[in-house]
Design a protein around this ligand. Structure first.
Ligand code: AHG
Ligand code: MN
Ligand code: MN
Length: 337
């Protein structure tokens, strides 16, 4: 049975009609979709092209880059530069902000991205993804500086990700809910397969790298221990646990069936502020989760309210079903930590 599904282009035209989606945002989203399609193709042919291994370079965070980190970054850079409205690009893989305009104007776009997320999964043939976020400049800029891109996540006008799993998904929000598309092999099109994605308020599944247990703060330990206690504990129900080492894959699973994802600040990563990056990991995923009815927190405050202090800043991340995130926030509050 074939179901007649909306193409990405038709969906964007409908959003323009219904919610006034800007023409430039449509073009940018189509260029991002093209980037994701090309990256998916490179990943799926990775073993033949011999590009799954490490590059001979480190990124600004001192992490060894994979060849595909570099390739995916180049693909994003070249396609996102097509849109005349884009003033600057901020990438996990590039030290400095890349300015495309000498005199950025009010209304121009800043695009932030993690070109390949979960890249340690590449050479074991597990899921990886790409993450992106778009902010609109509120005023003309007289000076091009890294500080100019330090804008709160609550100002995002669009955010999303692509998941290179058994199929390639493109999930995004322009502030009117969350919609998920799947790349149809053969046609080259992204078709709307998961309209209006919503999170349940409650869940019985959590995701955390439990090997970091000894470094966790008391509230996170309390939360996880209570989940593991299951029916006999204070939660009175059995919890399931998952960890895929790719935030995109975790967040996609949570959007599809609920859950909570934690990469908290802990004793071992506190000197960096946490592990995940605020501008191109936590903010876009926080925007998506909130648009789907969930909550995204550092444990102490809403992620989207955090004023960034650096364009590669890291942050504590706890996001997913609202009741669970609020419970973890309450534990932080009670611990006075
Ligand atoms: P990246 O590949 O962009 O550096 O990000 C990987 C991130 C995130 O996606 C994932 O949740 C986490 O790192 C995995 O960390 P562990 O290796 O500690 O599990
Ligand atoms: Mn990442
Ligand atoms: Mn990455």
């Amino acid at each position: 049975m074939t179901i007649d599904r909306l193409t990405l282009r038709k969906f964007l035209l409908q959003e323009k009609e219904k919610h006034g989606l800007d023409q430039d945002m449509m073009l940018l989203l189509e260029d991002i979709a093209t980037s994701c399609r090309i990256i998916a193709h490179q990943i799926r042919n990775g073993p033949f092209l011999d590009i799954l291994g490490a590059a001979e370079t480190e990124n600004v965070q001192g992490e060894t880059q994979k060849q595909l980190d570099v390739i995916a970054n180049d693909i994003f850079l070249s396609h996102c530069s097509n849109c005349a409205r884009v003033a600057a690009l901020v990438s996990e893989e590039i030290d400095e902000v890349i300015w495309l305009k000498d005199r950025p104007r009010k209304g121009d776009y800043l695009v932030y991205f993690d070109p390949l997320d979960g890249s340690s999964n590449l050479n074991v043939n597990l899921s990886v993804g790409s993450i992106f976020s778009v902010v609109e400049l509120e005023e003309d800029l007289s000076e091009l500086s890294n500080e100019a891109v330090l804008i709160r996540g609550s100002e995002q006008i669009c955010a999303g990700y692509s998941l290179y799993g058994p199929s390639t998904s493109l999930v995004f929000s322009t502030g009117q809910g969350v919609n998920g598309f799947t790349h149809k092999i053969g046609s080259g099109e992204f078709l709307l397969t998961f309209p209006d994605m919503k999170l349940p308020a409650e869940t019985g599944e959590f995701a955390i790298n439990a090997s970091r247990f000894r470094s966790w703060n008391a509230p996170v330990r309390r939360y996880v221990e209570e989940c593991i206690d299951g029916e006999d504990g204070v939660r009175g129900k059995t919890f399931n646990m998952r960890w895929t080492a790719s935030m995109v894959a975790e967040i996609h699973r949570i959007l599809m069936r609920g859950g909570v994802f934690l990469y908290p600040r802990d004793a071992a990563n506190a000197h960096m502020g946490g592990k995940l990056r605020l501008l191109y990991e936590a903010n876009p995923m926080g925007f998506i989760i909130e648009q789907a009815g969930g909550r995204a927190s550092t444990g102490w405050e809403r992620i989207l309210d955090v004023q960034p202090t650096g364009h590669h800043q890291r942050i504590s991340v706890i996001m997913g079903c609202r009741d669970e995130v609020e419970l973890i926030e309450r534990y932080h509050d009670e611990a006075g930590d």
